[in-house]
Ligand binder design. Structure first.
Ligand SMILES: Cc1cc2nc3c(=O)[nH]c(=O)nc-3n(C[C@H](O)[C@H](O)[C@H](O)COP(=O)(O)OP(=O)(O)OC[C@H]3O[C@@H](n4cnc5c(N)ncnc54)[C@H](O)[C@@H]3O)c2cc1C
Length: 635
């Protein structure tokens, strides 16, 4: 094992900001976090500065395909289309490449609120987010890799019934059996001995593993769940979807693996894959009901690129409908109201917008309130990519279970956990304390089968203005009832023999706005969830997939936009109903599917689920080493 703490980037790089010092709140973090950021940048196994893609600036004018958005889904689409050497692909990404600090798992979500977050807010919530004026935050990644650069890396696919339901809505080819092969196509699961091969595979571009470290308290929480009668599972993506687990993650040897790292970096040498950063698509150009190019804003000017074959919108559940609307594709009354010329009256664009919704309970426990990040943790991570920085702390735990409002075989509650995150520290001194209070941990029960649906509209025809987002959270009373059940589950976990040694004390204080109800009663929680709503980050549905007979469908089951040729949408927005767990792996699966549909439509055998294309002799050698399964001696 090598021990490399040398300072100084291995490869020349432009500054990839923000730094770790900038993402911790307040100047007291400056010195230690600045040194840490320098060390992270200097360790190529973490920062991967030598493997980064090179951007094309300025892009050319003619391409075969233009993919808008290099996020979870878009990076997959661009990667897979560029498998075909004769196809010239442009990937337009509104943000820059990902900062090295974001590759550190413990820094999860720390870069939200900076320039690489779209920083969306919902508005006009009448039934939720009331303590923040009817508005909740919707962070979204604005960088290559999209939200996969900021997410908790939890590798969850959703329940088989989620996909079977999509198929039952008229989407042929999207049932669980159909989509499973595309999940497996992406996957290089390094734990097939633990999770088996029935639902998992090796040899794909996306590494799936478990973080090398977890806090000891994680095992006590699993014991608490077992005490309450919930199954403890090795794999909630297998035969058993219900239960509690330490989830697998999209990371490699303790380093985050974003969609850009997985799907774009291996092909940085491809000349037919051009990537434009800081390039915001402002309009899809449609001529004679056919998408022919994209107008985009880059380096202070409006530019145009033409697509001889197709345009694929992969901007995510907020930006893809926004881009369609800006292009004149959407409900005609709304488009006219904001002075956008109607090119395709498609009423479903921006409708059916929905998201999981949660409520966070916090406790203090009788453990010292020390910074989890210190010099020992930093040294271990920079040298070996192990220890507290190689994980998300308690956030790697999750549980999925059914409320009384669903059938046991289609659970509607997911519990997320928080605490023990080695993110910010002032001195790096081992044992330095934050304050005299006890350490804090949290549980966030989440309704993963929301019924409430909102919508998205343009605020104006200015493409750089944020759209108006209305989540319409908790408008369906059943969404509140499910959430309250989840809260009771979380409270019951705290009240177990397994957790008794921590002397857990609930930190949530009675809310004035809910004082008419006894604290900790069901009625109280029904009120509290509307006040302190947890907005969650699994937005979906705003360019819904469905047959042409459904007037609110935006794309068909091959992800083609109804009524506009040569235009597809591929990201979380196409989900007719959000999957019932985290959404990054499903978004990547959608990207895989989109590329396969496109290849098939243009007369190419969609070979992406066989082994990746070998670009040169070095790749050939690496391919040979990588795809021998040494454990089982199977190629
Ligand atoms: C804090 C947080 C934690 C999460 N944790 C998890 C987790 O642990 N596991 C999990 O599975 N999911 C998690 N998620 C959710 C998951 O990451 C997202 O659902 C998923 O990444 C969405 O993928 P997407 O392709 O639809 O959009 P994105 O990944 O958001 O990609 C959209 C991309 O398009 C770009 N773009 C948008 N508009 C334009 C434009 N006009 N021009 C050019 N580019 C544009 C954006 O900048 C972005 O790069 C989390 C999300 C957040 C915010």
């Amino acid at each position: 094992m090598s021990y490399n703490l040398s300072v100084g980037p291995a490869c020349p790089e432009p500054y990839l900001g923000p730094s770790l010092a900038q993402v911790c709140p307040g100047s007291q973090f400056l010195t230690f976090m600045t040194i840490l950021d320098t060390l992270v940048r200097s360790q190529d196994r973490v920062s991967q500065l030598c493997e980064r893609v090179k951007q094309t600036d300025p892009p050319e004018y003619y391409y075969d395909f233009i993919v808008v958005g290099g996020g979870s889904a878009g990076a997959v689409v661009a990667s897979r289309l560029s498998d075909i050497p004769e196809w010239k692909v442009l990937l337009l990404e509104a943000g820059p490449d990902e900062p090295p600090g974001a590759e550190v798992p413990s820094m999860v979500a720390m870069f939200l609120g900076t320039d690489i977050d779209w920083q969306y807010q919902t508005t006009n919530e009448m039934n939720a987010c009331l303590s923040t004026g009817g508005s909740c935050s919707w962070p979204r990644g604005k960088n290559l890799g999209g939200t996969s650069v900021h997410n908790g890396m939890m590798y969850m696919r959703g329940h088989a019934k989620d996909f079977d339901n999509w198929a039952a809505m008229g989407n042929t080819g999207w049932n669980w059996r159909d989509v499973l092969q595309y999940f497996m196509c992406s996957e290089n699961n390094t734990e097939t001995k633990r999770v088996g091969r029935k639902y998992h595979s090796t040899g794909g571009l996306l590494n799936v593993e478990r973080f090398p470290w977890k806090p000891a308290l994680a095992d006590d929480i699993l014991a608490a769940a077992a005490e309450r009668g919930y199954p403890i599972s090795e794999d909630l993506n297998g035969d058993q979807f219900t239960g509690f687990t330490v989830a697998q993650s999209t990371s490699k040897n303790g380093v985050r693996m974003s969609s850009a790292a997985a799907f774009l970096r291996p092909y940085r040498q491809r000349r037919n894959l051009q990537i434009a950063l800081n390039a915001t698509a402002t309009k899809i150009i449609v001529e004679n009901q056919r998408a022919v190019g994209v107008q985009y804003y880059q380096d202070g000017e409006l530019r145009v690129a033409r697509a001889a074959k197709e345009v694929i919108a992969s901007g995510g559940a907020v930006n893809s409908p926004q881009l369609l609307l800006l292009s004149g594709i959407g409900p005609k009354e709304h488009l006219r109201a904001v002075n956008v010329t109607v090119v395709n009256d498609l009423p479903g664009v921006g409708e059916n917008l929905h998201n999981h919704v949660s409520y966070t309970l916090s406790w203090t426990i009788n453990q010292p309130n020390v910074y989890d990040l210190n010099w020992a943790a930093a040294t271990e991570y920079i040298a070996f990519q192990k220890g507290p920085m190689s994980s998300t702390g308690l956030a790697q735990l999750t549980g999925i279970l059914p409320s009384i409002y669903t059938t046991p075989d289609h659970p509607d509650i997911q519990v997320f956990f928080g605490g023990y995150q080695a993110a910010c520290a002032t001195t790096g001194e081992v044992g330095a304390t934050m304050n005299g209070d006890g350490r804090s941990i949290s549980m966030s029960p989440t309704n993963i089968q929301p019924r409430s649906k909102g919508s998205l509209r343009l605020a104006s025809n200015n493409p750089l203005e944020k759209p108006i987002i209305w989540a319409n959270y908790l408008s369906d009373p059943m969404d509140v009832a499910i959430l309250v059940e989840g809260i009771e589950v979380a409270l019951s976990l705290a009240n177990t023999t397994a957790m008794a040694k921590y002397n857990m004390t609930l930190s949530n204080r009675p809310l004035q706005a809910c004082s008419r109800f006894p604290f900790v009663s069901k009625d109280y929680w029904s009120c509290a969830v509307r006040q302190d709503t947890g907005p969650e980050n699994h937005q979906a549905g705003s360019c819904k997939m469905g047959p042409a007979t459904d007037p609110m469908a935006v794309v068909d089951d091959q992800l083609r936009v109804h009524g506009t040729r040569n235009l597809r949408v591929a990201d979380a927005s196409i989900m007719p109903q959000v999957t019932s767990s985290n959404t990054a792996a499903p978004a990547m699966m959608i990207g895989e599917r989109a590329a396969a549909f496109i290849k098939s439509d243009w007369g190419v055998n969609p070979t992406q689920c066989s082994r990746p294309t070998i670009d040169n002799s070095l790749d050939l050698l690496l391919w040979g080493i990588k795809y021998i399964d040494w454990d089982q001696a199977i190629w």
